[in-house]
Write a new protein. Structure first.
Length: 536
């Protein structure tokens, strides 16, 4: 835990990691709390009609033990166990039980299309999927193409042989595995500019690595009365490791609720009605809430990440929430490494924040020399408790993620560029790749291009992000057509819907433009900078 000192510098200098050799995330967020906070609500699930279902830490511990026993009856430690569920109590149980039995949890977004699901399940070799009847129905069509997938276990199932509720009720006692802090526990897929999404493999220690950043971005969480919520799905690292698991670790009640469609007015009402004191609100959510004119609600902390916030949005946030919105920065491979903190002073508009205590950050040149003032690559020194172990089945990509400096320091290269300000904060300049940041989602253009190419009308496709006032960026697709097809607005919509149905709604191009010829290098690679320069 962070111990607040008078200044940021004193807090940073006084922090020391305490990562035990043996550590299990599932035990840490449930069993550890069941003794001291037995009857406290751990998760408060609120459905679309406002009905509330709650689970205490004691119940969370007992139910996850029984589910771990069920899973251990099907697979061995190290097996990949996918969780295809929205924000709900069972989602947390699936993760906690997987960690307890030594499995590797694979979170899957419920809005993924068949192609996105197929890639993650096939590449990971997942053996079990925990889901609901809706998810099970979607998986049935893919099951024959997934040789490693042996079991689809379902909450709310009518078939006894895969009804999870029935299995849990009949499960024997289970003793959680005494895992090493370095043992693999979580596999989250992240998009890059080339190829399909890569699986970032994390160890049990990743939870401890997240804590200082979560505590700092929420002005020293936990405090009496804290209650956490985010509209970000728990299938993403922002929902899972920035909110759900750290909240449970600290004994803070976590609210489970994700809007079918986010709306600013409704979000204000929800926060007020359910007494939310702390929220992670992505920049797009903040911009949509700002459109609800005159609304405000008293909160203790608001954190945001994914893109830098300007002075106007920060000023609005102080009026709307009564606190300074704390920006944080990280990525799936190495998250929560930079944060602002209103408890230490006002934010600098357009500046991400300070290095979080416990993490050594630097701005590097191309050979790994640290730069004092100049722009360069934002990097994090290895080893670090929050840092990923490796990319799943991708030793080549893992090696490319690191750079060894002349002094022997091994640095993880974030792929983003920035500089250090006079106050010691880290400023974000931009990406040195083509990953699109839209509404808090990190989107790889290659996956969308590949999907567009499966449409019979498409000969070539190039995808870039273009600036957007609300989402930061939106996906724009540039397409050359096969013979026999002509550009039209209906075809543009059809191509967007094609991506939405197969990947996810947030990856669907909001702009589709038709080209006579695609700008290419001499080796046939699409020149995306030329696409970004084209008029829309």
């Amino acid at each position: 835990m962070l111990h607040r000192r008078a200044t940021y510098n004193e807090t940073y200098q006084s922090f020391k990691w305490d990562v035990p050799p043996r550590f299990n995330m599932g035990v840490a967020v449930s069993d550890r709390l069941s003794a001291t906070r037995a009857d406290q609500v751990a998760i408060e699930e609120i459905d679309a009609d406002g009905h509330v279902k709650a689970v205490t830490f004691t119940s969370l511990s007992a139910q996850s033990d029984r589910l771990a026993a069920v899973l251990a009856g099907f697979v061995k430690p190290g097996a990949r166990i996918a969780v295809l569920l929205p924000q709900r109590i069972e989602t947390a149980l699936g993760h906690i039980a997987t960690y307890k039995m030594g499995g590797i949890a694979l979170p899957l977004f419920v809005q993924f299309g068949p192609k996105a699901l197929m890639h993650r399940l096939r590449d990971s070799g997942a053996e079990i999927v925990l889901t609901d009847p809706e998810g099970a129905a979607r998986l049935e069509a893919l099951h024959g193409e997934l040789p490693d997938l042996k079991h689809i276990l379902v909450w709310g199932e009518t078939e006894p042989e895969r009804d999870l509720a029935r299995m849990i009720d009949a499960a024997p006692q289970f003793t959680p595995l005494d895992t090493d802090a370095e043992d693999p526990a979580l596999l989250i897929y992240t998009s890059g500019t080339t190829g399909a999404p890569k699986g970032a493999l994390h160890a049990h220690r990743v939870l401890l690595g997240h804590l200082p950043g979560v505590e700092m971005s929420h002005d020293f969480l936990p405090q009496p009365g804290d209650k956490l919520w985010t509209p970000a799905d728990w299938a993403w690292i922002g929902g899972l490791l920035d909110v759900l698991l750290p909240g449970l670790y600290h004994g803070v009640t976590v609210v489970a609720h994700r809007f079918a469609k986010f709306d600013g007015e409704t979000a204000f009402d929800f926060i007020d009605r359910h007494g939310i004191q702390n929220a992670f609100l992505p920049p797009t959510a903040l911009k949509m809430m700002r459109q609800a004119e005159g609304r405000h609600v008293a909160m203790r902390s608001v954190a945001s990440g994914g893109e830098t916030l300007g002075a106007e949005l920060l000023d609005w946030g102080r009026a709307a929430f009564g606190v300074t919105i704390n920006e944080f920065y990280g990525q799936t491979e190495c998250n929560m490494i930079v944060s602002s903190c209103g408890a230490f002073g006002p934010a600098e508009p357009g500046i991400m924040g300070w290095p979080v205590p416990g993490h050594r950050l630097a701005i590097l040149d191309e050979i790994g020399t640290e730069l004092a003032k100049e722009e360069g690559d934002i990097a994090v020194a290895a080893p670090d408790p929050v840092m990923f172990l490796r990319y799943w089945n991708r030793p080549d990509a893992t090696g490319e993620k690191f750079r060894t400096a002349p002094d022997g320091t091994r640095w993880l290269i974030t792929g983003d560029r920035g500089w250090r300000t006079q106050t010691g904060r880290i400023a974000f300049k931009g990406r040195d790749d083509d990953v699109i940041s839209s509404a808090g989602y990190r989107i790889g253009p290659a996956e969308i291009e590949d999907c567009l190419l499966t449409h019979p009308a498409v000969a070539m496709a190039g995808v870039v992000g273009v600036p957007d006032d609300v989402r930061g960026e939106v996906v724009a697709a540039f397409v050359t057509l096969q013979g026999g097809f002509a550009p039209s607005d209906p075809l543009a919509k059809e191509l967007s819907d094609h991506v939405r149905a197969r990947l996810a709604a947030y990856e669907a191009p909001r702009i589709v433009r038709f080209l006579d010829a695609m700008p290419l290098t001499t080796t046939g690679k699409i020149i995306r900078r030329d696409l970004r320069a084209l008029p829309l």
